[in-house]
Design a protein around this ligand. Structure first.
Ligand SMILES: [Zn+2]
Length: 52
């Protein structure tokens, strides 16, 4: 599953940027940000690990 910046995170976990491979941790229900590393438009975040 891939999510866009501005979407709400469906799970607390690590999300990977499709543009540069940067990973971030976002809590469930928080808004997924733009990628602060590559700052590319139109990237997607992929949930790579659910954290508990
Ligand atoms: Zn990026």
């Amino acid at each position: 599953m891939a999510y866009s910046p501005g979407d709400k995170a469906p799970e607390t976990g690590r999300y990977k940027c499709s543009g540069c491979g940067n990973t971030i941790i976002v809590n469930k229900g928080e808004t997924l940000p733009p990628c602060s590393k590559c700052k590319k438009a139109g990237i997607k975040w992929t949930l790579v690990a659910i954290l508990t």
